[in-house]
Design a protein around this ligand. Structure first.
Ligand SMILES: NC(=O)C1=CN([C@@H]2O[C@H](COP(=O)(O)OP(=O)(O)OC[C@H]3O[C@@H](n4cnc5c(N)ncnc54)[C@H](OP(=O)(O)O)[C@@H]3O)[C@@H](O)[C@H]2O)C=CC1
Ligand SMILES: O=C(O)CCC(=O)C(=O)O
Ligand SMILES: [Mg+2]
Length: 737
């Protein structure tokens, strides 16, 4: 029996689900559509891997694993909300909360001392970082701003900070020794198995990863980030930011790149606080400071020191701040810097937000200031450098006239860098690393030094074929030029380009404008067209998929939450993601403080409509198709009448916006004539909702302005959270009837 699976996740999206899902359920009930939820929240994922530590009644099923399997089935139809990709500090906070609620799960062992602790750590490490999306994304990605959303933005532009030609903001990236410069790549001619081996200067070989299979036609690449080059680079950037009087800011993806990027993050913290580490390095080591988890980890750990010692260190930290450069702030009121927690500043959202804000970030005084945006690896940094350069030359983009940049992203089967965690290693000693196949042939080799970060990526052939097909399909369907963002001078991209050229021949591409440009040229080409109001599809690899689907949407429509995000699964199913953005923690904070939820569920409305459409097609269910069409119309109504959530307390919020969606949806169902039963069912409901609009909105506004509790952050209390998210008795009664 086919069904739609709805995911229960974390933070703001999970709050919103408590309000929206009951509405959806009541609307689809009569149409033979089953909806089921699967809990992939951080808390549930933790509980799922520790059944042996829990009482029988506390155990939960491993919903993520079940969903991962389901995603490979043709009948899959999954609505995926954004979930937390947990950094270590977030993971530890979730563990603490669960323990305080009586779940006897173990602590996270930073440095496991025995086999049992090693086992615990390895279970937690699978939950850490971006652990959900790669499992569910059994297809490539099609993300775009629907026409209604784009038109709304044109009529109601979001604020855009002006850019001036004397802006000192710039991107700083490495010019040697980084992943980009050391990359090697080969395409595998026949299926085989490979091992990754490190050999030290004394000839002692250690297996970093034992034999694992590769498919025919798979592209593999390997590269290394030199620790020496990285440290030199960071030292220079600290000095240069100080000299230029700009903010010091670091932009990376500690969640998706959960092995490499926290290590790189740690070196940035050490470079900025060089004086502190030179003076107290040994002591800090002894008390277990691990700055890969951010400056926050240091500040927390020094609390265990005797007061005078702690004060000495704090004074030296203060002196470092004073000496400068100033650091960009995440929250200047609370003194949280860009270097506090590796998951606070995530490049896909942080760089576009900065570009939207005149190229400025917040300083410690809470004022906007030009910044040095440090993106250590140079593989994709040029995209942001070129965008900034474009804005410095031409001024900010104008949302009322600019074009749009949909993306077709290669993502399936853990493609490229985002699947490299289990093949990323911090090198223990000088020597070399080799990738060796079963015949003993060395496929790739790198000289390495202690502390270097070596990694290998895989990109399977079937996803590449599917990606090229999706690109052609989208270019044809929208009659829009499409650019493959690939650099012939990069080893991996050179292999990919060969395949793109081969697979493009399978299609009739006459009349289509398809090109291959390196990322910098692609940025310039796209930005020029964008400014002239022209659309351009970006066809990109996995990392640029992530970056570009925040960059352009944030400039075009203000937030990537408004994106339609479809993942046509390779085995025929559909995964419908909601927007491209995450689950901004500040939204929960605001709800708790003043009972106002500014989260915009627009991406979810769009995802549900395509999910229903897909359901209708696969199951020959015409009602599902009508529900889909009417939902799309309702969403358009919602945009036209400006019934999205406001940022401010006392105004319409997420819950009020859901009410309007329900009202418009019911009206659209009452209006249509394709299905008389639906018409008859929804005509009185539409009337009831209209008649009670004023009182429902009043009920939804009255409750705002006071703090609320939901009994937990990672594992809220179901009854409390439902009460908070469904506060209108009148509305609930209509839905239940
Ligand atoms: N698909 C997924 O599962 C994803 C998960 N994440 C996770 O989300 C968390 C936060 O990530 P972060 O990098 O801060 O990115 P977010 O996209 O959550 O936040 C960036 C900014 O976008 C705006 N925003 C995003 N979504 C909405 C929405 N629906 N309604 C209103 N505003 C919105 C807010 O800015 P403004 O100030 O303009 O209101 C927000 O501060 C992390 O745990 C991250 O790992 C991140 C991306 C995708
Ligand atoms: O999975 C994650 O950590 C974030 C995913 C993301 O940012 C995206 O797909 O746009
Ligand atoms: Mg992203």
């Amino acid at each position: 029996m086919s069904k739609i699976i709805y995911t229960k996740t974390d933070e703001a999206p999970a709050l919103a689900t408590r309000s929206l899902l009951p509405i959806i359920k009541s609307f689809i009930k009569s149409s033979g559509i089953d909806i089921e939820t699967k809990d992939i929240s951080l808390a549930a994922r933790i509980l799922a891997v520790f059944p042996d530590f829990l009482n029988e009644d506390q155990r939960v099923s491993d919903d993520l694993m079940i969903l991962g399997e389901f995603a490979k089935k043709p009948e899959a139809n999954i609505i995926k909300l954004p979930n937390i990709s947990a950094s270590i500090p977030q993971l530890k906070a979730a563990i603490k909360e669960l323990q305080s609620k009586g779940f006897n799960i173990p602590n996270y062992p930073d440095e496991p001392k025995n086999d049992s602790e090693k086992d615990i750590k390895s279970r937690y490490d699978k939950i850490k970082g971006s652990a959900v999306n790669p499992v569910l994304r059994e297809g490539n990605s099609d993300r775009r701003a629907p026409k209604a959303v784009k038109n709304y933005a044109k009529k109601n532009p979001h604020s855009m900070g002006a850019w001036s030609s004397d802006s000192k903001t710039h991107v700083a990236t490495m010019s040697e020794g980084d992943f980009a410069h050391n990359e090697k790549s080969v395409t595998i001619p026949e299926a085989t198995s490979i091992k990754i081996i490190h050999t030290d200067d004394n000839g002692i070989a250690t297996t970093l990863k034992d034999s694992f299979p590769l498919l025919k036609g798979e592209i593999i690449d390997a590269t290394v980030m030199s620790k020496k080059a990285l440290v030199t680079f960071f030292d220079k950037q600290v000095a240069d930011a100080r000299e230029k009087g700009v903010l010091f800011s670091l932009h990376m993806k500690g969640t998706m790149m959960k092995v490499s990027d926290p290590i790189i993050f740690g070196y940035a913290v050490k470079a900025y606080f060089k004086d502190v580490f030179d003076k107290y390095g040994t002591l800090l080591n002894e008390i277990g400071v691990d700055v890969n988890n951010g400056l926050g980890n240091l500040l927390e750990n020094i609390q265990q020191l005797p007061e005078n010692k702690r004060k000495d260190i704090e004074a030296d930290i203060a002196a470092t701040y004073k000496k400068g450069p100033s650091i960009a702030m995440v929250n200047s009121d609370k003194g949280i810097t860009n270097l506090h927690v590796p998951s606070d500043v995530i490049i896909d959202a942080s760089m576009p937000a900065m570009i939207r804000t005149s190229g400025k970030m917040w300083n410690a005084e809470g004022k906007l200031q030009d910044t040095k945006a440090i993106i250590p690896d140079s593989s994709y940094a040029g995209v942001y450098a070129a965008t900034i350069d474009f804005c410095q030359k031409h001024g900010a983009f104008d949302p009322t006239t600019m074009g749009t940049v949909p993306n077709v992203g290669l993502m399936a089967q853990k493609a490229e860098e985002y699947g490299s965690h289990d093949k990323t290693f911090e090198i223990p000693s000088n020597g070399f690393v080799q990738v060796v196949d079963t015949s003993g042939k060395v496929l790739m080799e790198h000289q390495v030094e202690t502390g270097d970060i070596w990694r290998m990526c895989q990109t399977k052939d079937a996803p590449i074929q599917d990606w090229v097909k999706l690109a052609v399909t989208r270019a044809k369907a929208s009659q829009t030029p499409a650019v493959f963002w690939l650099d012939i001078n990069r080893a991996h991209d050179a292999e990919l380009i060969k395949k793109v050229n081969t697979y493009l021949k399978n299609y009739d591409t006459s009349g289509l404008d398809l090109r291959i440009l390196n990322p910098v040229d692609a940025t310039i080409f796209t930005c020029e067209r964008l400014k002239e109001g022209k659309d351009t599809i970006s066809v990109s690899g996995n990392v640029l998929r992530d970056y570009l689907t925040d960059l352009f949407p944030i400039l075009e429509v203000g937030t990537s939450a408004k994106m339609l995000s479809i993942v046509p699964l390779m085995n025929g199913g559909g995964l419908f993601e909601t927007g491209a953005g995450g689950s901004a923690p500040k939204h929960v904070e605001q709800l708790l403080e003043e009972n106002h939820l500014r989260w915009d569920s627009l991406g979810e409305f769009l995802a549900l409509a395509v999910s229903l459409e897909h359901f209708g097609e696969v199951n020959n269910n015409d009602k599902a198709k009508i529900l889909s069409e009417t939902l799309d119309n309702a969403t358009e109504q919602l945009l036209e009448n400006k019934k999205g959530p406001s940022r401010n307390v006392g105004e319409l919020d997420n819950r009020g916006s859901h009410f309007y969606l329900a009202m418009y949806w019911a009206q659209e169902l009452a209006k249509q004539n394709k299905d008389q039963a639906l018409k008859a069912e929804f005509t009185p409901i539409a009337r009831q909702l209209e008649d009670n609009e004023t009182s429902i909105i009043k009920e939804l506004k009255e409750i705002q302005g006071k703090p609320v509790t939901i009994g937990g952050y990672y594992e809220p209390d179901e009854s409390l959270i439902n009460q908070v998210m469904r506060p209108s008795k009148t509305f609930n009664t209509i839905l239940e009837s």
